[in-house]
Ligand binder design. Structure first.
Ligand code: CTP
Length: 404
């Protein structure tokens, strides 16, 4: 199932050069399964044509409140009643100022005012010159619009069409799509701070060689994204992985198990949830060679000694905050066989309220997985699905257990 399946989005365009990104945004929304009704202000039509937006959305575009195509001539009522959300991108400084006052002298502002407040969220993606953005009038308007219930997205940073550099660019289309998807998720973890470990660790042998494993970090990153979508403040401590950081998630990159241990211990004191998905190396080489180990004439293999790494989850689970219930710990177990038996044993051993088992070798690097949740009450299966879908379900299970 696509993330915006069955969602009907009114995409509003107001006057700004970022209108050129709205074409890509429209496609991005449709790719995620949404149907899109484009509504443009007169100023927006100076930057991109209604023809372009009609072709991309496969629907006639509305510009005027006097559009006679609607039988009752009430486009502002009809279009806003069928919407699951109104997304204004770009939202110009002038348009936001107008919304703030509840003015309604064109179709788009009229629709925003006429939308059923509790049912149709209004999401604004501002776009303007950096001086306009930091102007107290704009900042005041953003604050007031937020208080009035609109979701005002961040702005991007960088080169602007005017030649200046700073804050005020419209977010990229895929960033807006991600933020919109997040806006539709229930805020089950609002106010929570979530710490996630993800990926493999890398244990050096010498300056050029090391020991690692096949963990891709995808499950951990999906959990970080799902927790953020659920309203939590999220930090992911990532071993060496090649994954983009989910929007809104803080990321700390580490290499070895010891680095990961340090990064977790310094942050876990503030967390209310700790999810350990990382495939942490159990052992590290006791003496890392300072120089590259060379082959010997006799062809002898190097004599490597190993030392046990700290058990990050085990240590966190023993802490006072975890024991008192102030910190909810979730462990993962990647097993090759007898999943239920091993997962139950691992939950006891690690001393965590919830342990998530999965068949390791088959899912490493894959976009799909299936999970077995083990807690004090028993086991529960979350069947095969893509990792983001599983992560959202797991987040809901965590939120549910934290309530008790
Ligand atoms: N874990 C950890 N620190 C370690 C080892 C594991 O935090 N040094 C965490 C993992 O992130 C995972 C859980 O502990 O959430 C289980 O990891 P696993 O390696 O499967 O368990 P082990 O205790 O190492 O048991 P075994 O290797 O014998 O299966």
């Amino acid at each position: 199932m696509l993330d915006l399946q069955n969602k009907h989005i009114v995409l509003g365009l107001t006057g700004g050069i970022a209108c050129y990104k709205a074409a890509e945004l429209c496609r991005g929304l449709i790719k995620q399964g949404a149907s899109v009704q484009v509504v443009m202000t007169e100023s927006a039509t100076q930057f991109i044509t209604a023809v372009t937006m009609q072709a991309l959305s496969n629907r006639a575009v509305y510009v005027s409140q006097w559009d006679a195509r609607e039988p009752n001539n009430m486009a502002h009522i009809n279009l806003s009643r069928e919407a699951d959300a109104i997304l204004v991108a770009p939202a110009s400084a002038d348009f936001m100022a107008k919304l703030l006052h509840g003015r309604a002298d064109d179709l788009l502002s009229l629709m925003c005012l006429a939308r059923p407040l509790g049912e149709v969220p209004l999401i604004l993606a501002p776009a303007m010159n950096r001086e306009m953005w930091i102007n107290p009038a704009t900042q005041r308007n953003v604050a007031q619009l937020t208080q009035d219930g609109a979701l005002v997205l961040d702005v991007g940073q960088g080169d602007q069409a005017c030649g200046e550099t700073g804050d005020g660019r419209m977010l990229e289309p895929d960033e807006i799509v991600q933020d919109l998807i997040a806006a539709f998720q229930t805020k089950l973890l609002a106010g929570c701070k979530v710490l996630v470990t993800a990926g493999p660790t890398y244990e050096a042998i010498d300056p050029v060689r090391g020991i690692t494993n096949l963990s891709s970090g995808k499950m951990g990153f999906a959990i970080a994204r799902a927790a953020h979508e659920a309203g939590a403040e999220v930090t992911v401590i990532a071993g060496p992985v090649h994954l983009p950081t989910p929007r809104g998630v803080n990321r700390v990159d580490v290499r070895s198990a010891q680095d990961m241990h340090g990064a977790v211990m310094s942050r876990v004191k503030e967390a209310s949830v700790f999810v350990a998905t990382a495939a942490v190396a159990d052992w590290r080489v006791a003496h890392v060679a300072e120089q590259k180990i060379k082959k010997t004439a006799k062809g002898e293999a190097p004599d490597l000694q190993f030392t046990e790494n700290p058990d990050i989850l085990g240590e966190v689970a023993k802490s006072g905050r975890a024991q008192s219930g102030a910190l909810f710990c979730v462990g993962f177990a990647a097993e090759s066989h007898d999943l239920q038996k091993h997962a139950q044993a691992k939950r006891e051993k690690k001393g965590v309220p919830l342990l998530v088992g999965n068949i390791g070798p088959a899912t490493f690097g894959s976009d799909e997985n299936a999970l077995l949740l083990v807690d004090a009450k028993g086991v529960q299966e979350i069947p095969q699905a893509n990792k983001l879908e599983l992560a959202r379900k797991l987040v809901a299970e965590i939120a549910q257990r934290m309530k008790h």
